[in-house]
Write a protein that binds this ligand. Sequence first.
Ligand code: FEO
Length: 395
Amino acid sequence: MKTNVRNNVNWVGKVDWELRKFHGNEYSTHKGSSYNSYLIQEEKTVLIDTVWKPFAKEFVDNLESEIDLNKIDFIIANHAEIDHSGALPELMKKIPDTPIYCTVNGVKSLTGHYHQNWNFKPVKTGDSLELGNGKKIVFMEMKMLHWPDSMASYLTGDNILFSNDAFGQHYATEYLFNDLVDQDELMNECIKYYANILTPFSSFVEKKIEEVISLKLPIDIIATSHGVIWRENPTQIVEKYLAWSKAYAENQITILYDTMWDGTKRMAEAITQGIKANDKSVTIKLFNIAKTDKNDIITEIFKSKMILVGSPTIGRGISSATAGILEEIEGLRFMGKKAAAFGAYGWSGESVAKITEWLKRSGFEVLNDGIKCLWNPDDPSIAQCIDFGKKLVQG
Ligand code: FEO
């Protein structure tokens, strides 16, 4: 049901408490999500975005209980991914001629998804739409934040930036506003969202935020398309994005390993011992790659200044879990992080060289050739691993 955002702007989206996987199985949503859609009722009535396809009928039924659908003058599709456009086919069956405002790339995406010849009105940055009562919507292209078609819409008078995915989080809450929810939970979901979705586009994030700041528009509310609406100190999330976009790292080292008979695990623990011996200030976190949610691992990597990746040699390569996370890491193009590899082996021992090469081509500063142990590490091997850890944080 609708929730008032400000004056004649209401939230008409869907909170999805059950969601546990998003983008197929690519993104874990431990705390659910929401698909935020907004209805603006000035002299003109505007609908901004819709909801994910499974909730299309519920969304349209709810909307119909609020207003006569024929009173909707314009639809704005800030982004064409199905989580925001999924109810358009259901809605457009009822109001087929209603103009849909989106970017040129949005026309391509929406046509590609739904193969319908809807009444598209392509817009670009600076174009605007008069709503009456002295208010208008101003469009801003947000190319590659995070798709080519992404855009934001700004409502003058109420000073609301409808930012779509940018500044959002996968976080279900019945309270909708940032000041009404658990702040730690909220920020954890924000950084996870940035780390897993926006990291490759960090250079665009910085440029786009600078461009929006240069417009000097008063922004009182940032109404995202997932999770909370930022109404209390909304610029806090903009400042976070600026920090995260600049090769972000905390004083943390994350050690990732997979293990068959605990050899590589014992190496990870011995390396940890070495790091601790030489640096009491650094946060060290260990994760068994095969047993840990991959998106949570990515979030920890994002927060780290250095990562260590270990796998036993299996056949002539590495474990499938290690290969999976390395593939993910390579695609995200982290900046400014150091790395090294380790692993136990039984005869030929290719894993360490393979991980080292993968880390190099993923943009990490690889500190050395890594360390490997034949069989389960004995006392001298453990001592070597401790020494390896010490050297990683020397000087
Ligand atoms: Fe929330 Fe890019 O869709």
